[in-house]
Design a protein around this ligand. Structure first.
Ligand SMILES: Cc1cc2nc3c(=O)[nH]c(=O)nc-3n(C[C@H](O)[C@H](O)[C@H](O)COP(=O)(O)OP(=O)(O)OC[C@H]3O[C@@H](n4cnc5c(N)ncnc54)[C@H](O)[C@@H]3O)c2cc1C
Length: 225
């Protein structure tokens, strides 16, 4: 077993699913991961996520597959519904030859977090403001709840999502890496079942709507219900 003092130290920025998974993997490989999360606590929110084969294999390797529920209702039916309210049979995930396992993002976050060794250090309300690599490692300045501290690590992993601060600090402005496709998705949990649909029934609109400006003027692709 590697002693704590001889372990190489890794900074993992972001306590999302990829940050938690990275920390689990690093610890297994003998590293000492330290996770820093900008939010003041865990972020268990999110809507539905489906696990296909590759996701299932990744979850198995992480050791969390058995902890992930399958929330697909038995006998699920999907309809397409036109503007007049006419229903026609549609295709849903359950109609695929090997249906994926459906769950909420929070289910994955919870299962991954539970698999994280309890002695992995997590610092909330903390974000990097400077990342400087030299021949021996990386020096990182951190904003920890308003205090600025500088620490050394052997590795820095940016697991801080779409507009990664780590990527911006190391590789430059977002504009070089983000390519907007002109689409926007909004999702929300409804307070109750949609009128006229049973809990095992789903619906998607038969007619794509035109996105209103400034999302993507004149472009088709947003689904409005
Ligand atoms: C609350 C939430 C809900 C989501 N819901 C869904 C969903 O329902 N379905 C789906 O398919 N995808 C969802 N996603 C996106 C999905 O998690 C990602 O597409 C995918 O899982 C990649 O995750 P990630 O860990 O790389 O990044 P993310 O999930 O974006 O996690 C990044 C983490 O890094 C933290 N962070 C960001 N910037 C900094 C910083 N400067 N310093 C420190 N920490 C930082 C964020 O607070 C976040 O916790 C959601 C993401 C979040 C954060």
């Amino acid at each position: 077993m590697t002693s704590l003092s001889s372990r190489r130290r890794a900074l993992v920025v972001g306590l999302g699913i990829s940050g938690i998974a990275t920390a689990i993997g690093l610890r297994r490989a003998g590293w000492e991961p330290v996770i820093m999360e900008r939010a003041p606590g865990r972020r268990p929110g999110g809507y539905f996520v489906v696990l296909f084969g590759a996701g299932r294999a990744a979850a198995r390797r992480l050791g969390i597959l058995d902890a992930l529920p399958d929330r697909s209702p038995p006998g699920a039916i999907t309809y397409t519904v036109d503007r007049a309210g006419t229903r026609r049979p549609g295709l849903g995930f359950g109609d695929l030859p090997v249906p994926p396992r459906a769950m909420l993002r929070g289910d994955v976050e919870r299962a991954a977090f539970a698999a994280l060794p309890p002695d992995v250090e997590i610092r909330y309300a903390t974000t990097p403001t400077r990342v400087e690599q030299d021949a021996a490692g990386v020096e990182v300045t951190l904003d920890q709840g308003g205090d600025s501290v500088t620490e050394r690590f052997d590795l820095v992993v940016g697991a801080d999502g779409l507009r990664s601060t780590v990527r911006r600090l190391v590789f430059g402005p977002d504009g070089r890496y983000l390519h907007r496709l002109g689409y926007m998705i909004a999702a929300t949990a409804l307070p109750g079942p949609v009128g006229g649909l049973a809990p095992h029934e789903g619906a998607s609109p038969a007619t794509p709507a035109t996105c209103p400006a400034p999302c993507a003027p004149g472009r088709r692709g947003c689904a409005r219900t």
